[in-house]
Design a protein around this ligand. Structure first.
Ligand SMILES: Nc1ncnc2c1ncn2[C@@H]1O[C@H](COP(=O)(O)OP(=O)(O)OP(=O)(O)O)[C@@H](O)[C@H]1O
Length: 260
């Protein structure tokens, strides 16, 4: 099976301080990967390098077997979609208009949207439970609703690879599960490769095929959830002691901090 994303020995810095150091990893097509790690460990920066928003100082990135430097942005947008935490919208667009923007890579200049565009946008909005919000201004909805709209826009791009930065950070528990279930369904049924940053270790363990654990700009561990999320790795990276509790229904143990 080929790789959706290959990151070869990349380094990145915003200034003097190195934020990514020698990151080397291959993500198989069709995998569901969660990137975990403490605040400031470089998760978002890595995603931004993978989606060409930032350029590594050294190293190479391949997406869909092509050198990222050689893929035009519009072409890349048909392969990879990104839902960022900090997607700012300064104009009074409706929620529907925002999601329709996801069809941009497929639209011809000065042509209005096709029936197919409308169909795909509707499906993306139904999947993310945002269809009922379609006529509202993007500024009139809650943070959690907005997060779902940004994901709907990414889905409207019909990507082979979906990058998500903290997609559930502002969602209530029901919508957290709904979004992760949707990602899982897209992953299993439509073979979309999912690469997401998350803070919730237990949800990451439950939904992901593989976990990438980052620490101080480096890869601490990459592999199956049960092999990465060990007591020792968590202690090393987060500096807290945890207990692993075996639950009947789940392959991966539940991780709880030990209170002092
Ligand atoms: N635009 C920027 N300019 C300068 N430094 C930055 C910038 N963005 C991030 N950094 C720094 O780079 C480091 C990594 O940040 P990054 O956002 O990638 O971490 P993260 O693991 O995603 O953190 P979090 O869990 O808090 O979202 C941090 O030390 C941060 O302060």
């Amino acid at each position: 099976m080929s790789n959706a994303v290959e990151v070869r020995n990349i380094y990145f810095s915003y200034g003097y301080e190195e934020v990514l150091k020698n990151i080397d990893l291959s993500i198989q097509e069709g995998a569901f990967i969660s990137i975990l790690g403490p605040n400031g460990s470089g998760k978002t920066t890595l995603l931004k390098n993978i989606c060409k928003l930032l350029k590594p100082l050294k190293g190479e990135i391949f997406v869909d077997d092509k050198d990222l430097n050689k893929i035009a942005f519009k072409e890349l947008a048909k392969i990879m979609a990104v839902a960022h935490q900090d997607s700012n919208v300064n104009f009074e667009f409706t929620v529907y208009d925002i999601v329709m923007m996801g069809r941009y890579p497929y639209q011809k200049r000065f042509k209005s949207e096709s029936e197919n565009d409308v169909k795909i946008v509707k499906r993306a909005m139904e999947n993310t439970e945002t269809w009922a919000l379609r006529e509202k201004s993007i500024h009139e909805i809650s943070g959690g609703e907005r997060q779902r709209v940004i994901i709907a826009r990414a889905l409207a791009q019909e990507p082979k690879i979906l990058l998500l930065d903290e997609p559930i950070s502002q969602l209530d528990i029901k919508h957290q599960i709904n979004i992760l279930n949707l990602c899982k369904r897209l992953n299993r049924e439509e073979k979309i490769t999912i690469i997401t940053t998350l803070h919730d270790i237990n949800l990451a363990a439950r939904y992901s095929d593989y976990i990438l654990l980052m620490n101080k700009g480096e890869i601490k561990a990459f592999g199956l959830p049960e092999s990465v999320l060990t007591k020792e790795n968590i202690q090393d990276v987060y500096g807290i002691e945890v207990k692993l509790i075996k639950l009947d229904d789940y392959k991966v143990p539940y991780i709880v901090p030990v209170s002092s």
